[in-house]
Design a protein around this ligand. Structure first.
Ligand SMILES: [Zn+2]
Length: 345
């Protein structure tokens, strides 16, 4: 049995568009997928892809009240406009308006990391914790913040871009143009870069990793290092623990600024589990401001995996639609919306 009003979540990733019907308990009732259109194609092609996935899901489900879209990139705080999406041709794309003419449902757009932190807050590793920070370790670092039970989007919709906090003055060059960004030290790319550097230097300690890629450093991936670590390779474990230490250092900075009760660590590298998280906790403790005199945040692995973006986008849309209905009930009721979360359309 489906629980409560249904919403459709659409997660637009670099290679796949994943869409699903999600109920109010976070259960995914039905799914569909499309390939993400190449970034050289026009915005209209991406819209067609979204509309076709949503229409397919609507054929079978009555009672869908809203559509939520999660996309990598900068989404304006009005949740209607995609300012910049690295994988797509969207530049200042008025996505809600464009889709609004084609889908007769309220549409809410969010950054994919905001959708993911919301999903972990509502249904995953952050359940019951109203002050939550999520750090996603993929090729880079993405993040999302829930404070007082609300997504913190910032004035321009760009809050949570933790990956580009500078942790090392004059450190490793980042593709953003600055040096020493956190994601140059604690991400999947950092893990692979360090492992390849050891291989290319002909270090004798890399024999296990060397065998796994048939002697070709260019074939090494983050998941291969994680697999080697899980199989007990001491070098892979050391590399992951180094990533974990940098993770803890950055989280201590975030704790100084935001004081969350829990950090949820997601993304591909988090598959390493405790091999990553325990070194992170140790470094966090050493670095934490006011250590010894304050409670310490929990540091836990994300629970929802690849579906967090889809589930979170759907739930944010469901909640957004309920807020709209509440506001539309007129002056008998006080809208729950605040200036930080402007009205739709
Ligand atoms: Zn950077």
């Amino acid at each position: 049995m489906a629980d409560g009003p249904l919403a459709i979540g659409v997660d637009i990733g670099g290679t796949k568009v994943a869409a699903g019907v999600v109920d109010a308990s976070g259960a995914v009732l039905r799914r569909t997928r499309r390939d993400t259109p190449h970034r050289s194609t026009s915005p209209r092609v991406v819209e067609d892809t979204i509309v076709s996935a949503v229409e397919e899901l609507l054929e079978q489900d009555d009672g869908v009240v809203a559509v939520g879209i999660g996309a990598a990139g900068f989404v304006a705080a009005d949740r209607a406009t995609v300012v910049f999406a690295p994988h797509l041709s969207w530049r200042n794309e008025p996505l809600r308006q464009a889709l609004g003419g084609r889908l007769e449902l309220p549409i809410f757009i969010d950054n994919d990391a905001n959708a993911a932190v919301w999903a972990e807050y509502r249904f995953g590793a952050g359940r019951g914790e109203s002050q939550l920070v999520m750090v996603n370790l993929g090729t880079g670092i993405g993040g999302g913040i829930v404070l007082d039970g609300r997504v913190l989007r910032g004035r321009f919709g760009i809050a949570g871009e933790f990956g580009h906090m500078q942790v090392v003055p004059d450190g490793i060059r980042c593709e953003c143009g600055n040096r020493g960004c956190w994601e140059q030290y604690a991400s999947g790319n950092a893990l692979v870069r360090e492992a390849r550097a050891l291989m290319s230097a002909g270090s004798p300690v890399v024999s296990d990793l060397f065998d796994r890629v048939g002697g070709k450093p260019e074939d090494l991936t983050g998941p291969l290092v994680t697999e080697a670590a899980r199989d007990g390779d001491p070098l892979a474990r050391e590399l992951l623990s180094e990533i974990g230490r940098w993770l803890g250092v950055g989280m201590a900075d975030l704790a100084a600024a935001l004081d969350p009760g829990t950090f949820v660590v997601g993304g591909g590298v988090s598959a390493a589990g405790e091999l990553l998280l325990e070194p992170a906790r140790q470094a966090f403790r050493r670095q934490l401001t006011g250590r010894g005199y304050r409670p310490e945040a929990n540091i836990v692995a994300a629970e929802l995996g690849n579906e967090a973006g889809m589930v979170g986008a759907a739930d944010l849309a469901r909640v957004g639609a309920a807020d709209l209905a509440w506001a539309d009930a007129g002056d008998r009721l006080v809208p729950r919306r605040t200036p930080a979360d402007p009205p739709a359309g």
